[in-house]
Design a binder for this molecule. Sequence first.
Ligand code: GLN
Length: 294
Amino acid sequence: MGNNIPVTLTEILNHSVKLLKEKDIRDARLNTELMLCDILKCDRVNLYLNFEKPISKNEAALFREYLRRRLTLEPLQYILGKTSFYGFEFIVNKSVLIPRPETELLVEKILSDITEKKKENVSIFEIGTGSGCISIALAKMLEHENINFDIFSIDKSKEAIDTANQNFKLNNLEGKQIKFYMKDVFEINKLTRHYDYIVSNPPYIAIDEFIELDAEVKDYEPDFALTDFGNGMKFYERIFRIASDNDFSGSVYCEIGFGQRSKTEELLEEYKFSNYTFYKDYSGTDRILEVTKK
Ligand code: GLN
């Protein structure tokens, strides 16, 4: 922050907002407030109550470091090391995709299907769990509803599995039937046991669209969590292949990318699925695909 080191929260805030805005970083003020809250271990209300308070040297140094990282376009969630998804807290780092709000709809749709069918026991297989956000949010909600569950979640990345296990502990799920396992879905041709649901938010961005993504996403989030390095359909193809096996009689829930509906429909036809629904997200984009076998 140069020679004129700001001393109060107000000064720090103004200084930071100005620098972030110069870099065209959205939500400059909110970003600053959240970084300050993290450092001062307080909520935003408390921040406002202490605006004229001077902050310690250590706190200022830490803030400078956070701000430096944010100015290089590193996502705020990686700087803070956490984010929230479906109302629960998750540890995030560069090995995992940052959970997106659209993905909450995927969780919501599965939960309403479970409730609608008045299921008392559910088994779920998740492909590409990353931070574990989908499986963990499902587990927390099912636990709350007193519905028995067993969840098996895979990811090809060891770091992702480690992160998902940390999130499992963070969300007090120890002793519950949820297991994270390192496995590449492309090594799976059929399931060896029964599942009620297959769920996935796979890397669906085509490689030619991936290179066009914002630096904030492309330079920081794991590429293999975003793109299949092909046409964006590789994971759906594998998931449909697994689901089309006669031994699978449950439902598939997947997130799909912007504009992917018709390509997905072609693939569904190819795999002879005729019972499916697309749900739109809050911006009106087809986002969630539900496929049932019967
Ligand atoms: N399941 C995780 C999520 O939805 C990770 C998805 C991924 O890495 N493509 O955020």
